[in-house]
Write a protein of this length. Structure first.
Length: 395
């Protein structure tokens, strides 16, 4: 099949959706499909790597003085990708006017527009956020594009049960077009044996003693990922054996001050952005991600594949994969006592080892091969529906 994968930026450094799109392109190419990644922009090195891997990167550009006007121009340019009929399958990672398969990595745009303010706990902040959301031209515009897209009944790849339920209720799509599909990861790359080799080196570099429990938090948007909540939970815990390591491109200054204010500055380590997170998974005892909202956090899947128990929130779509108390602990966002209690549970060495074994037992379900084979099945359903529709109209 000729497949177009649509993403705004084809740069792996920008986040999980970008890296995922490039990985999917490689996998589909290896399976014999002709793949083109269509993006607004991306590094020349990515386009060169794509050619070496057998697929193409096509950068269509965009004009506009502001983020929304630029994005809107990009979406207009993407219309041609679908309308010219060059591709058998058009698979988009963001809301577009038309596509065959829609995989909203950031969550459904309509949901974010209508309920994004709910992540704020305080009433006044929530009211202002609600007003800002409703009038934000980018969010409002993407919701409008998404509504038109859904009217054309694409196949929607849903990362969580909550997303599937929302899409079914708000867009009246038939159940067979709402496909439950967690992200997939490269198990060869996220191998616990490889990670374990870095344990002593990383812990030595950061002076983490052997009897300490190292909680790892990976993410770039630290406010969204719950860094403040993680630091506060650390402070609530009487036992000082837990150390929090923050990896990502967040702005650390405000969080340093919070750690100092709560007297836990000696137990919060600011690593910064890294090119390869695997050594840090290997050094950690568990992943901590008290996120306010996450469609399906890729770092949770990577951590589980590396054998790390996970402490995260029910507002993270990836929590669907974790049985509370088995591969980790699930809490409600904003439950400070519950989060602190989850950290305390991680001090139990026996329980930590058992959770690690249960996490490793999930590896087969996390494989990118398994994930991409499911996507191929969806593509086949799209093609079959198109043939059936053509035959019906012909009769």
């Amino acid at each position: 099949m000729k497949v177009a994968l649509l993403i705004q930026n084809a740069d792996r450094r920008n986040g999980g959706a970008e890296g995922y799109t490039l990985d999917l392109a490689r996998w589909l190419t290896a399976r014999g499909h002709q793949v083109t990644v269509v993006a607004e922009e991306g590094p020349a090195a990515v386009a060169e790597g794509a050619l070496a891997a057998g697929f193409k990167c096509m950068y269509v550009g965009a004009n506009g003085r502001h983020r929304w006007t630029r994005l809107k121009d990009f979406l207009e340019r993407l219309k041609a990708v679908y309308e010219h009929g060059v591709y058998d399958i058009v698979h988009s990672m963001l809301p577009v006017w038309r596509c065959d398969v829609y995989q909203p990595h950031a969550g459904l745009a309509t949901d974010l527009w209508l309920t994004g303010h709910m992540k704020h706990r305080r009433g006044l902040v929530r009211r202002w956020a609600r007003r800002f959301n409703r009038w934000n031209p980018k969010r409002r515009g993407l919701a409008r594009v998404e509504r038109e897209l859904m009217g054309n009944r694409p196949w929607v790849l849903c990362f969580s049960r909550a997303m599937r339920r929302y899409a079914g209720e708000h867009f009246a799509l038939p159940e067979d077009r709402l496909v439950m599909l967690m992200n997939g990861i490269d198990l060869a790359r996220f191998d616990p044996a490889l990670g374990a080799r870095s344990r002593e080196a990383i812990r030595g570099e950061w002076h983490v003693e052997a009897d300490r429990r190292l909680a790892l938090l990976i993410g770039n948007n630290w406010r969204l990922k719950g860094v403040s909540e993680a630091i506060a939970a650390l402070a609530r815990l009487g036992d000082r054996r837990i150390v929090l390591m923050l990896v990502g491109r967040g702005e650390p200054e405000a969080f340093r001050k919070l750690a100092e204010k709560l007297n836990v500055a000696d137990r919060v380590l600011f690593v910064g952005g890294v090119n390869d997170p695997r050594p840090y998974y290997g050094a950690a005892d568990f992943l901590l991600l008290p996120t306010k909202r996450d469609t399906c956090s890729l770092v949770v899947l990577e951590a589980l594949a590396m054998g790390l128990p996970v402490v995260t929130t029910r507002q993270n779509g990836a929590s669907d994969l974790v049985e509370d108390g088995k591969q980790g602990i699930i809490v409600e966002h904003g439950d400070a006592a519950g989060l602190s209690g989850a950290l305390e549970a991680m001090l139990d060495a026996g329980r930590l080892r058992e959770m690690s074994r249960e996490a490793l037992a999930l590896r087969a379900r996390l494989s990118f091969d398994h994930h991409a084979e499911r996507i191929e099945e969806v593509y086949a359903r799209v093609m079959n529906a198109r043939r059936t529709g053509a035959e019906s109209s012909g009769r």
